[in-house]
Design a protein around this ligand. Structure first.
Ligand code: WT7
Length: 650
């Protein structure tokens, strides 16, 4: 079938997209003053099957709906349209294996694989609205699976391949997935992580999954259940098949991505098709100003939102060529990142402060081994970047020629919220500041009571109006969506971070204002670690918190009280570490586990984590005197004394 025939129903609507749209201030002002016109224009970055009736429906806050009644398909926008507009033979991905092998897949090649896998999904009984879990490493089958699901309106939920069986089972259960797409194993630092085994274990505590599709990557021995499991290469039967994209409502869900909160289970952030797609495409363009023949490398894992938005959707919507790297950036040697940049003449690099600090520790010798002159723009994401790391990145990697695009955002926001707008006019950069809001983003710094703070005053950052990339809701839990994000400051989105706006109007993000941890740029809940500990038969109580770390930003510390009968259990710390690794995944394993006899509590029996943390970090426990129940103060003090005496690091 000819490409032209495949797309005859599509009407590329709305104004043609014009790059070079003027200076930042002017664009920003326009975005706030005439949002309808502004977003109508920006939405033209995509092809719509049917134009929307209304740009924004805000009649049922906080359930804001963008591009109401518009219809489109994300995989069509990522693939089909490029075949019609001169990018058929352009590389979509240059994929590099951990062992250095390379595979280049063109837009046409990706299109054919996605159609092929979409056909397989149909043959396996999947249809619009069904849920599928994708649990894959950094291999090309990951974007293929995501785009094939998107093509059919199957809602995917990607689970980072570093998560353990417990975390995976929880996500399968919450999403109600009928299918899991996985691999036999993943290569990581020269070793194999046996993913299929983890899936088998997770499926013991779930009941909705009827099919498991398995990519052969490592050649590891796997147990295939005849009724349930099928090989990827056995379902990819027809590489010339065409599957009509499902024309999705702008506000139909595209994917669910789980992220940690302060309480309870991880939250399933639901992103839609229209607003999200418009947002990721425009934010990538505004912040990084990519050019047609650039090579873009977002060095995140595809399982986190950074990978979803900026390895898969945004670069493919813009028709860019991406580098996708399977392995760890320090394997086989600490120059791996620099070597790839040199070998592939990478132009735009997007990574995390933790990665920069890790590589910085190995010294300048490693970047000096390579020619990094192809780099034009450098980006970071995930956590505040300290000025020392910023400067190292700027001087030793960018040779003082590349702007640092520090992008501040969250899983829930879909794409960048505050970031230097390179394509719209770059302000002078200040190391450590994410600078200014993206067009349409209206931040405010508030105190505890919702009073607006002045310049240079530290407070909570919130947003005064919705933006297109905002998540639609939390899966199965609209009440929690309202409560967590919109209750603290009615009418505003509360994101849980501290920030300052300086007297020049620059934003400085200062870290989480809640019990959520940020370890190596990944948001993790202390509550999940505590739950994993408490579900171990030996553990009576636990308190988990974050400790500042020069490389990872934060590391996890746990204090544990054992049940009476397990007081003398041998190797208990090693056992607990193993259990957390298997249940939640290696990133959740605490750096320190301390076994203690007691933990400070309030009279009502609530463990005072704040106090534990203060004592453990040698800070003053401070506000124990402000406890509502003043009688518990002595109790707390006494507990702290025992606790300090008995604390022994294992
Ligand atoms: C939290 C969101 C955004 C994709 C990766 C993390 C912190 C993120 C920055 C930055 C300071 C940052 C915030 C935010 N954060 N980027 N450039 N400067 N802090 O996504 O797991 O949803 O975590 O990461 O605390 O709330 P996430």
């Amino acid at each position: 079938m000819a490409e032209e025939d495949r797309s005859k129903d599509v009407l590329p609507t709305s104004e043609v997209y014009h790059p070079g749209i003027g200076s930042y201030q002017q664009v920003y002002r326009e975005s706030l003053e005439s949002p309808e016109d502004f977003w109508s224009k920006q939405a033209g970055i995509l092809d719509w099957h049917k134009r929307w009736d209304k740009v924004l429906d805000d009649s049922n806050p906080p359930f804001y709906r963008w591009f109401v009644n518009g219809k489109l398909n994300a995989s069509y926008n990522a693939l089909d349209r490029h075949l019609l507009h001169g990018r058929r033979n352009k590389a979509a991905y240059i994929w590099i294996a951990e062992n250095g092998d390379e595979k280049i897949v063109t837009y046409d090649g990706l299109y054919r694989r996605v159609n092929n896998f979409a056909r397989a999904l149909i043959d396996l009984g999947m249809k619009k609205g069904d849920r599928v879990i994708i649990y894959l490493p950094m291999i090309l089958e990951a974007p293929v699976a995501m785009l094939a699901a998107a093509r059919l309106g199957i809602v995917f939920s990607f689970v980072f391949a570093g998560f353990g069986a417990g975390a995976l089972a929880e996500r399968i259960n919450d999403s109600g997935a009928k299918m899991v797409i996985t691999a036999d194993g993943a290569f990581r630092n020269g070793k194999v992580v046996e993913l299929k085994k983890i899936v088998d274990e997770a499926l013991e505590s779930t009941s909705t999954v009827t099919t498991v599709v398995v990519v052969k990557r490592t050649g590891t021995d796997v147990q295939m259940d005849e009724e349930r499991d099928i090989w990827w290469h056995d379902v990819m039967k027809d590489s010339s098949t065409y599957v009509e994209p499902e024309w999705m409502d702008s506000n139909d869900p595209l994917y669910i991505l789980y992220t940690s909160g302060t309480t309870g289970k991880p939250k399933g952030a639901v992103h839609g098709n229209g607003g999200y797609s418009v947002w990721v495409a425009n934010t990538l363009r505004w912040a990084f100003d990519p050019r047609e023949d650039d090579r873009w490398w977002c060095a995140a894992d595809i399982g986190w939102v950074t990978g979803h938005s900026y390895i898969v959707f945004a670069p493919l919507f813009l028709g860019l060529t991406s580098i996708m790297y399977e392995g760890s950036i320090t394997y086989p040697a600490p120059d791996r990142l620099w070597e790839i940049i040199d070998r592939y003449r990478v132009n735009l690099l997007y990574t995390s402060p933790t990665a920069i600090r890790t590589l910085m520790r190995f010294g300048e010798k490693y970047p000096k081994m390579h020619d990094l002159s192809s780099l034009r723009v450098l980006g970071t994401v995930g956590e505040p970047i300290n000025p020392a790391a910023w400067k190292w990145y700027y001087e030793h990697i960018g040779h003082s020629n590349c702007p640092i695009i520090d992008t501040y955002w969250q899983t829930e926001t879909g794409g960048f919220m505050i970031a230097p707008p390179l394509a719209l006019g770059l302000p002078p950069l200040k190391p450590g500041s994410a600078t200014f809001p993206m067009p349409g983003v209206d931040p405010v710094i508030l105190d505890e009571h919702g009073k607006e703070l002045k310049a240079e005053e530290k407070g909570y950052i919130a947003y005064r109006r919705p933006w297109p990339g905002m998540f639609l809701t939390l899966n199965n839990d609209p009440e929690r969506f309202k409560k967590v994000y919109f209750e603290k400051y009615p009418g505003k989105y509360f994101c849980g971070d501290y920030a300052i706006r300086d007297s020049d109007g620059y934003y400085w993000l200062l870290g989480r204002a809640d019990e959520v941890l940020n370890v190596a740029g990944h948001r993790l809940g202390t509550i999940e670690v505590e739950d994993a500990l408490i579900s171990s038969k030996e553990v009576a109580e636990s308190a988990v918190f974050g400790k500042p770390d020069p490389v990872k930003g934060e590391v996890i510390v746990a204090f544990v009280v054992l049940k009476e009968q397990y007081q003398d259990e041998p190797d208990i710390v090693a056992k607990l570490r193993k259990r957390i690794r298997e249940d939640l995944g290696p990133i959740y394993v605490p750096e320190e586990i301390h076994i203690v006899k007691t933990l400070p509590k309030t009279r009502s029996g609530k463990i005072m984590r704040r106090v534990v943390k203060a004592v453990a970090l040698n800070q003053l426990p401070g506000d124990i005197s402000t406890l509502e129940n003043s009688a518990s103060v002595d109790e707390v003090k006494a507990a702290i004394e025992i606790f300090s005496k008995e604390t022994r690091k294992k």
